[in-house]
Design a protein around this ligand. Structure first.
Ligand SMILES: NC(=O)c1ccc[n+]([C@@H]2O[C@H](COP(=O)([O-])OP(=O)(O)OC[C@H]3O[C@@H](n4cnc5c(N)ncnc54)[C@H](OP(=O)(O)O)[C@@H]3O)[C@@H](O)[C@H]2O)c1
Length: 276
């Protein structure tokens, strides 16, 4: 398998992953599972040895972030936003080969990274979500000023290992963060509320949980496979004078729709405030 940057990811140019927490580990597992790269083609660094131990067998450990940067054709930055500045300082002196730098840090612009790495390095900014942990994520990719079509193809291959990929202009990133980055939490909240309501209506917690999770999965699958607008699908289960209509009348009286819209706008606003 030739990689799209023109080098073989199984060869001597590894993909380096800095930070092997939730996302870093999920992306490594996805790359190995999708056979984008063999484990020996991945080199990692994380100060927490316990996290490195949990990675698939055969993955190489760097001695430091600088060592990793000097060896890698692609560097995947999977540390928390507040850990990013010292990491960029560490890797900057080791980037003679101008690797592709991919960052998943929320709120950190490609320009901010480019400036800290000397301006000449191609950067792709990505907003994934936590469903990447089960291979069902969606990642939005934006090219930095130096990123090429091949940079985007390589980044796309990495994130397709853990779900879907969509390319977006970087100015959309605060909105993407609010919609799909934080999005799983909104659905978890809805699940919590539905389970609690079921329990209060007399169903056991275990059964309520089963009912809710299967319903969530079924609704998502129906919306996806039919390709129909969710509003239309909702209309079809809402018969006049029926039970679903009773629920929606109550939701509308409480202003649930506008409240959800306002919450998502607040998330986008917060993303903008936190942004660098
Ligand atoms: N989780 C999500 O749902 C999600 C969604 C979208 C975007 N993101 C982005 O993904 C990034 C990672 O999130 P996460 O949830 O995977 O965080 P995480 O589980 O805390 O993983 C970050 C890892 O980086 C390690 N680390 C700290 N300093 C380091 C350094 N100098 N060099 C190398 N590794 C270092 C941390 O070790 P210690 O724990 O010892 O500090 C930790 O193992 C964040 O920037 C976040 O904004 C996450």
């Amino acid at each position: 398998m030739k990689n799209l940057m023109g080098s073989d990811p199984r060869g001597s140019d590894p993909i380096g992953v800095i930070g092997c927490g939730n996302m870093g580990a999920a992306l490594i597992a996805g790359m190995v599972k999708s056979r984008f790269i063999r484990p020996g083609g991945i080199v990692v660094w994380d100060p927490d040895a316990a996290k490195l131990k949990r990675l698939p067998a055969g993955i190489r450990r760097a001695r430091s972030n600088g060592d990793l940067a000097g060896r890698s054709r692609v560097i995947l930055l999977a540390v928390k936003p507040q850990q990013m500045e010292p990491v960029l300082e560490e890797i900057r002196p080791h980037l003679q080969r101008r690797p592709l730098v991919i960052s998943i840090a929320a709120g950190i612009s490609s320009r901010w990274i480019e400036e800290r790495l000397g301006g000449a390095v191609p950067v792709v900014r990505v907003m994934p979500n936590t469903a990447a942990l089960v291979g069902k994520g969606i990642a939005a990719l934006s090219p930095g000023r130096r990123a090429t079509g091949s940079s985007l193809r390589v980044a796309g291959r990495i994130f397709r290992g853990v779900g879907e990929v969509v390319q977006v202009p970087e100015r959309w990133m605060d909105a993407v963060t609010a919609v799909s980055g934080s999005g799983p939490a909104y659905f978890f909240f809805l699940m919590e509320q539905m389970i609690t309501a079921g329990v209060r209506l007399g169903i056991s917690r275990e059964t309520a949980r089963r009912l809710v999770l299967a319903t969530a999965e079924g609704a998502a699958e129906l919306a996806r496979s039919s390709g129909e607008d969710p509003a239309l699908l909702r209309g079809r289960v809402t018969s006049k004078g029926g039970t679903t209509e009773a629920a929606f009348k109550r939701f509308a009286r409480a202003g649930l729709g506008p409240i959800l819209q306002a919450g998502i706008r607040a998330a986008a606003e917060r993303s903008k405030q936190l942004g660098r």
